[in-house]
Design a binder for this molecule. Structure first.
Ligand code: PGA
Length: 252
């Protein structure tokens, strides 16, 4: 049985003062469900404030990106050790990073190896654009992102990885995929290659999330699917009343 997992991706929203206010407002709701692995990924400048509030609560903190190098002349980047100082999780290869900041399967793979080497739990994002979807290329794109992104990872490390299937046409658009559709894509383009790469047992232990316009009103539709273990939530995770309800919907 895979433990349900729900992560908030606040993207580039909230100052430290606003982040403190939001996480404090959510805290009782977040704490009321203990059977779900819960993670907040706020902007890097707010991470210390958020991690201080969440310390000892059982709710994890993550960054939205990370560099693979240990230190050096990489202006604007965060090293794994810097992330590790405050966080247990890191989002890698989000489609916005791939689209606007030139992330590739190769850089995702380097970041993934660095995260695992530093005992961070990586949330690796994959998903097709609207164009790719309409051209019937969903399978090709997602299978490639899985095979290249998770290349040369050991079975012992693979079980620690969390994968988020986020069809790009569903992110921030209000147009979520349906539960059935997301479940089918995950089965075909994520579980199958994972089985080929790591074997049935390991592939069956890896958590796979759905992301893209998840809110409390549609969350259960995804969580009821056999291949979906939770969600990566953007817009609705900035709402103190909605995000805890999504977590509640993921309860076993
Ligand atoms: P959304 O974003 O929930 O606002 O669609 C999801 C994500 O980008 O992780």
């Amino acid at each position: 049985m895979r433990k349900p997992f729900v992560a908030a991706n606040w993207k580039m929203n909230k100052t430290a003062a606003e982040a403190r206010e939001l996480v404090s407002a959510m805290l009782p709701g977040l704490q009321s469900v203990t059977t779900v692995e819960r993670v907040i990924c706020p902007p890097a400048t707010t991470v210390p404030a958020v991690s201080e509030i969440l310390s000892g609560t059982g709710i994890g903190v993550g960054t939205q990106n990370m560099h693979w190098e240990e230190n050096g002349a990489y202006t604007g980047e965060l090293s794994p050790e810097m992330v590790k100082e405050f966080c247990e999780y890191v989002i890698l290869g989000h489609s916005e990073r791939r689209a606007y900041f030139a992330e590739t399967d190769e850089t995702v793979n380097k970041k993934l190896k660095a995260a695992l080497a530093h005992d961070l739990i990586p949330i690796v994002c994959v998903g097709e654009t609207l164009e790719e979807n309409e051209a019937g290329k969903t399978d090709e794109v997602v299978i490639r992102e899985i095979k290249e992104g998770l290349k040369d990872i050991s079975k012992t490390d693979a079980v620690k990885i969390v994968i988020a299937y986020e069809p790009i046409w569903a992110i921030g658009t209000g147009k979520a995929a349906t539960g059935d559709l997301a479940n089918d894509v995950i089965a075909r383009t994520i579980r199958v290659p994972l089985k080929e790469m790591f074997g049935e047992d390991v592939a069956g232990q890896i958590r796979v999330l759905y992301g893209g316009s998840v809110k409390s009103s549609n969350a259960a539709e995804f969580f009821n699917q056999p291949e979906i273990d939770g969600a990566l939530v953007g817009g609705a995770s900035l709402k103190a009343d909605d995000f805890p309800k999504i977590i509640k919907a993921a309860e076993l």
